[in-house]
Design a protein around this ligand. Structure first.
Ligand SMILES: *Cc1c(COP(=O)(O)O)cnc(C)c1O
Length: 345
């Protein structure tokens, strides 16, 4: 089963946008900070992919854009919140491939800061040459994007709408390839992870990791827990559990694996969302500062910082044994921090 999945990834259409593998490092100082009962801690730096300001969407886009280009796309359309990480990585990929990109960005209500429209990710989108349609809070961004796609078609263009978070069947292959890359890096350090800690947004990343973990469980009886922290809460029309499982089962089927994917490896928590998507809280701010001070890298306030708050809670409540190995996936997002400076200052 594992070899079959590896072959499927190896033969899937893919446009190179990254340099792989992304770095994999021990977090020994964080471990010392937590104390003697702390398991061995590692971080996979998926934030260090080379387009835009990096992040986990680059690997998904390698597969998603292969399909877009095969379908003749000559302009990419994407939507997100004003500080979306996904759209920067799309803008960067479009620039890299030499095709135009239009972004439909929604302002926040209340705004994240007085300069949420000028700094952080949106600034990068502008510099990367994307055309930005900035919409007031509450406006239907997806509808505006579809209307624009129709207009472009009438002009004889081939617009391609990148689905939310690039979480499609193709995108899952990207996340699955990240999972296997992480396993290889762990094995180079003489361990198989007991747990991998990830952030749940549109959920394609978690779904890809779950498919990998379930395949390892079925074929090698290796139990790798996927500890997943949701950051959307009730603001997403589909619950985190349901969107993870529908993506995971779809990916399982499209890989033609026997039976169902199932969820025995999944540990999902919605307890670290805080007041809402892109809304900060003290535990997140403390977690970002603690890890920055201990390890010298900075998590973002909207995704990986909330996941870190969840990870620290697990470590402090003694869920893991000191001889276990826990890997934290840093999936990117740093630029959004600059639009939220007032919370850190
Ligand atoms: C998009 C994103 C995630 C979540 O990934 P999904 O595949 O959408 O669930 C996590 N962290 C960061 C920084 C992101 O930008």
């Amino acid at each position: 089963m594992i070899e079959h999945i590896r072959q499927r990834i190896a033969h899937a259409p893919r446009i190179p946008l990254g340099v792989w593998p992304t770095p994999f490092m021990a977090m020994d100082h964080l471990r010392e900070t937590i104390g003697s009962s702390c398991p061995r801690l590692w971080v996979k730096r998926e934030d260090l992919t080379p387009l835009g300001a990096g992040g986990n969407k680059v690997r998904k886009l390698e597969f998603v854009l292969a399909r877009a280009m095969a379908e003749g796309a000559d302009v990419l359309l994407n939507t997100g919140e004003v500080q979306s990480n996904q759209v920067v990585q799309t803008a960067a990929a479009a620039a890299h491939l030499g095709i135009p990109c239009e972004l439909f960005l929604g302002c926040m209500d209340p705004p994240l800061s007085e300069d949420e429209k000028d700094t952080g990710n949106i600034l990068l989108c502008r510099i990367l040459g994307a055309r930005i349609h900035l919409l007031p809070p509450g406006e239907d961004r997806a509808a505006a994007m579809r209307t624009r796609a129709e207009e472009l078609k009438k002009e004889g263009r081939h617009p391609y709408i990148i689905p939310r978070g690039s979480s499609t069947q193709e995108g899952s292959l990207g996340s699955l390839s990240c999972f296997f890359e992480l396993l290889e890096q762990a094995v180079e350090h003489d361990f198989v992870p007991d747990a991998i800690v990830v952030t749940v947004g549109s959920s394609g990343t978690t779904a890809g990791f779950l498919v990998g973990a379930q395949a390892m469980r079925r074929t090698m009886n290796r139990k790798i827990g996927i500890w997943a922290f949701d950051v959307f809460g009730s603001e997403y029309p589909v619950s985190a559990h349901d969107r993870i499982m529908s993506h995971a089962e779809e990916s399982w089927r499209s890989l033609e694996l026997p039976g169902n994917c199932g969820e025995d490896s999944l540990h999902l928590s919605g307890e670290f969302v805080g007041p809402g998507y892109c809304r900060p809280y003290q535990g997140m701010l403390d977690a970002v500062r603690l890890v920055a001070g201990a390890e010298g890298f900075v998590a973002d306030p909207n995704y990986t910082g909330k996941c870190l708050a969840g990870l620290l809670h697990l470590l402090r409540s003694g869920v893991f044994r000191p001889d276990q190995n826990i890997v934290y996936l840093h999936s990117g997002g740093l630029p959004a921090l600059f639009a939220m400076h007032r919370y850190f200052n």
